[in-house]
Design a protein around this ligand. Structure first.
Ligand SMILES: Cc1ncc(COP(=O)(O)O)c(C=O)c1O
Length: 460
């Protein structure tokens, strides 16, 4: 394959031809925003689309192209874009006021819904994002346990604050990324994903570990999956050693089931971090958990227990418009089969895409649990049958990063020129607004993309 073919293939030409206005916007954006973007995960080669509007499962870019959207507001839009009840609730609140700098009734109703739906939630503190939620959960766990170190798992993502911004896609040895104090990084003990023997060993040989925090579906919502059996074992080990367990349910919360993954598998952590679906597409997060741990934020409880309180502020905690959208979203999730519908659509998508892989003789697989789908592009070319691939049954090493950047870039662009916007080359999320037509369109787009990749000799 010569270099010209690699850098400007017909897939790339087709993408450029239909996204000229986005290309121009990107040129301007680069002069204002680092790399022209506002979130690392939106980096797309040669540039990403600029979106004008969205509805249900679809979105439209500024060049007028329509896409089936599988990024869904970074996972926050389980109900799809612009669900009428969510929009109406947010609009009604906008008419009344955005920010009262005072308590309001919606924050109480929002917290009550969380406590009713999420098994571990006895008390709730709102934050403005998932990152803030994991930050606060870690501080609470350190304060309440009196122990400084926290175990995290290599690859798991918990946002971008200083205690978690290493050890997910790089710095797996726990060394800090630029700008992070080595002393802070030293407060984290990184363990290989799913290695419960190592967690048990650490907890029985050390007494400085206050909590274990985990993305319970596995790395990036199950790209490297963690099974319920592993979580049960982790719960048992942490309970035995009196160490707090934090489930980061920022993505899985209210998506996997109305009570999150913990309710679906009946493994109850001490603390839970929530965001995304929680606020129905608006900014918002929360830490929920045991009353005595959240008590470290409580004036009276801290005074009664005679310990210094954790102070916590945040201009937009429990923001009224976000609360209105969140309440409308959570009620729909509580009262209907929305989680199950999104999961059923994702199953149909995974099955359809795996059948295409099998027809085309490509040893890749689509996998994922609940409403997620992930691409397994099989960098080591393991023999496998796509329709029978079981991601929980293969070694973790199979999921090592695929370094074939050119191929992965074209995979994404190929889907986009065929009307599908995945989250990235890793996969995407399905909402309850996706329909059988969306699935059919996506499966057709997948076949066309694979054939185009083959035509360009990017896959065999
Ligand atoms: C599991 C998990 N935790 C935390 C976060 C951080 O949330 P936010 O982007 O709202 O800060 C994310 C974001 O994708 C996430 O996936």
């Amino acid at each position: 394959m010569n270099v010209a073919t690699v850098t400007e293939s017909s897939i790339v030409e087709a993408y450029r031809a239909r996204t000229k206005r986005s290309a121009a916007r990107y040129e301007e954006a680069k002069t204002l925003l680092p790399s022209g973007i506002v979130h690392d995960s939106r980096r797309t080669w040669p540039y990403g689309i600029y979106v004008d509007r969205a509805l249900g499962s679809r979105k439209w870019d500024i060049d007028g192209n329509e896409y089936v959207d599988y990024y869904g507001g970074h996972g926050s839009l389980l109900l799809g874009h612009q669900h009428p009840q969510v929009v109406a609730a947010a609009q009604a609140q906008l008419q009344k006021g955005m920010h009262f700098a005072a308590s309001h009734e919606l924050e109480v109703e929002w917290a009550r819904l969380i406590c009713e739906m999420v098994p571990s939630a006895e008390r709730v503190r709102f934050t403005s994002s998932g990152t803030e939620a994991t930050h606060l959960a870690m501080r609470l766990a350190r304060a309440a346990s009196g122990k400084g170190k926290i175990i995290r798992f290599q690859g798991n993502f918990h946002g971008w604050h200083d205690h978690v911004a290493f050890g997910n896609k790089d710095h797996l040895d726990g060394t800090p990324t630029p700008g992070i104090l080595p002393e802070l990084a030293a407060g984290i003990v990184l363990v290989r994903i799913n290695d419960m023997a190592e967690v048990a060993r650490l907890l029985s040989t050390r007494n400085d570990i206050g909590a274990v925090m985990i993305e319970p579906l596995g790395t990036s919502s199950g790209c490297v999956p963690t099974s319920p059996a592993v979580l049960r074992e982790l719960r048992e080990i942490t309970r035995r050693h009196g160490v707090y367990l934090i489930f980061d349910e920022v993505v899985s919360g209210f998506r996997v089931s109305p009570g999150g993954l913990q309710a679906a598998i009946n493994v109850i952590p001490d603390l839970t971090t929530l965001a995304k679906v929680l606020a129905g597409g608006m900014p918002g997060g929360a830490v929920a958990g045991r009353k005595e741990i959240l008590g470290w934020l409580d004036f009276e409880m801290s005074a009664a227990a005679k310990h210094e309180r954790i102070s916590h502020q945040g201009t937009h905690n429990g923001h009224a418009v976000c609360a209105a959208a969140g309440i409308a979203t959570l009620k729909l999730i509580r009262d209907t089969d929305i989680c199950a519908r999104a999961t059923a659509m994702a199953v149909a998508l995974r099955v359809g895409m795996n059948e295409v892989l099998e027809d085309e003789g490509i040893p890749w697989a689509m996998y994922g649990d609940y409403s997620f789908f992930h691409f397994f592009t099989n960098p080591d070319n393991h023999p496998l049958k796509p329709t029978q691939f079981d991601a929980h049954a293969v070694p973790v090493a199979w999921f090592k990063a695929d370094k074939r950047e050119h191929m992965l870039q074209r995979l994404v662009l190929g889907l986009m020129i065929n009307g599908v916007d995945p989250k990235s080359w890793r996969g995407g999320l399905v909402s309850a607004a996706h329909t059988a037509d969306d699935i059919k369109l996506t499966v057709d787009a997948w076949r066309k993309t694979l054939r185009a990749l083959r035509d360009e000799s990017v896959v065999d």
